[in-house]
Design a protein around this ligand. Structure first.
Ligand SMILES: NC(=O)C1=CN([C@@H]2O[C@H](COP(=O)(O)OP(=O)(O)OC[C@H]3O[C@@H](n4cnc5c(N)ncnc54)[C@H](OP(=O)(O)O)[C@@H]3O)[C@@H](O)[C@H]2O)C=CC1
Ligand SMILES: O=C1OC[C@@H](O)[C@H](O)[C@H]1O
Length: 392
């Protein structure tokens, strides 16, 4: 008889768009993605606005009965049934909210961008390490079978040593009056919520550069990149267009990561008109198609063999009973496997790598003179911060 899957018990912090998408993924049957060793249980959800928002969230995600609801994040982290907290608040809140959960002894999966700056990321890691808790940045894309296959292909040497990676994750939100389609208060452009293209979308372009050019470097030869950035700021002060060149001089590799809120990576909705990611070696090129946060196809193009092209589709599996499947369940499975195996960090997205990525973003924002307010940049934990208590 097959052994029972290891089941991880989740508490959801916040009730917005991605909290819903992630929770719906948690509620899918893992067998529909051919996963049998781990499973997930939704045990609690909290809204900083009201207990009613938490209740209405459960209706929206079609949750089973018996899930606890709370009108504050402080109550959620005290729930003894919760093993891991998924932090799904705006970037501005990640540091304080994750600290709140870690200080209460909970493991944490925190949405991207991990924090507003590297100092905060380091403090989270120090705290998780000191308290022997699991912590991971929720960069779901790294855990896609497509990403795993592409990393394996690169490691196999099929395209030779990678010399360059180019990635773009951009949205066309331009309005003829010069503004963007978001109101100035929206989390995408509001500096008080650490808005801006880089922290929200550029993190995915960087993910592609990092998971190929940094993650695959042998441990003994790890080299953080030199960062050259150009930023155009929006009227709110947040970045609207950011381009980065990352140089790894010892490895002779270079990456270009782009993001903007003005024009889309591709004009077709599926981004199939052109690749959003190009991974280039002397023997060939791997291209990924679809938004850089969720590509669904890749091509391997060989230089010899007359530019022979292999096309591989990697659709996101759907649970037919729930009519849902978004692709965030793979990162949840990673959390469950790490905890089952007694690991406090993921090998696929180690703490040190999230910190180096935050350092790159710090440097880019410094070069572009983007500044965020003290309330959201401090690395001093305050359980009573309005970011924890819900002062909106
Ligand atoms: N992995 C992915 O594909 C995606 C990730 N994200 C990330 O998820 C996070 C949340 O994004 P998203 O769900 O789109 O955002 P939403 O604005 O839809 O939701 C954010 C939630 O955070 C809570 N919150 C607490 N304080 C505030 C505040 N001052 N202003 C706004 N919301 C507040 C609210 O929940 P409540 O009132 O219940 O406390 C709110 O519903 C971000 O870090 C973003 O980068 C976003 C989209 C996709
Ligand atoms: O993480 C994200 O990926 C999808 C986008 O729609 C969203 O703005 C961003 O936060």
């Amino acid at each position: 008889m097959a052994s029972q899957p290891y089941t991880l018990k989740w508490g959801i912090m916040a009730t917005g768009g991605i909290a819903q998408a992630f929770t719906k993924d948690l509620l899918t049957n893992p067998a529909t993605r051919d996963v049998h060793d781990v499973a997930h249980k939704l045990v609690a959800v909290a809204s900083s606005s009201s207990k009613e928002s938490a209740t209405s969230f459960l209706e929206k995600v079609k949750a089973p009965s018996g899930v606890n609801t709370y009108g504050s994040y402080a109550e959620l982290v005290k729930d003894p049934d919760v093993e891991i907290v998924y932090v799904a608040t705006p970037h501005s809140h990640h540091f304080q909210n994750t600290m709140l959960a870690l200080e209460a002894g909970k493991h944490v999966l925190c949405e991207k961008a991990f924090t507003v700056n590297a100092a905060q990321a380091k403090k989270l890691v120090e705290t998780a390490r000191a308290k022997n808790l699991f912590l991971m940045e929720a960069v779901w894309t790294r855990f896609f079978p497509l990403s795993i296959k592409i990393r394996e292909l690169v490691k196999s040497g099929v395209i030779g040593p990678v010399y360059r990676v180019i990635a773009d994750n951009s949205f066309g939100c331009d309005r003829p009056n010069g503004k963007l389609e978001f109101p100035d208060e929206h989390r995408m452009v509001n500096p008080d919520l650490a808005g801006g293209a880089l922290l929200d979308l550029g993190i995915y372009s960087l993910t592609w550069l990092f998971q190929i050019m940094y993650h695959l470097q042998p441990e003994a030869e790890k080299e953080a990149p030199r960062t050259i950035a150009a930023i155009n700021k929006y009227t709110t002060g947040a970045d609207e267009t950011t381009s980065l060149i990352l140089q790894f001089p010892k490895h002779k590799t270079m990456g270009i990561a782009m993001t903007t809120l003005r024009v889309a990576t591709n004009l077709d909705s599926q981004n199939s008109a052109g690749p959003s990611i190009k991974i280039q070696g002397p023997l060939g090129e791997i291209q990924a198609f679809g938004p850089a946060y969720s590509p669904k196809q890749y091509k391997v193009i060989m230089r010899d063999a007359g530019g022979k092209v292999e096309v591989v589709d990697c659709p996101i599996p759907k649970d037919p009973e729930r009519d849902w499947g978004h692709g965030m369940f793979w990162e949840a499975d990673e959390c469950a496997r790490c905890l089952r195996d007694g690991k406090k960090e993921s090998d696929t997205l180690p703490w040190s790598e999230s910190i180096v990525i935050m350092e790159v973003m710090d440097e880019a924002l410094k070069q572009g003179d983007v500044k965020y307010p003290e309330l959201i940049t401090t690395d001093v934990y305050d359980p009573k911060s309005p970011l924890n208590t819900g002062g909106k």
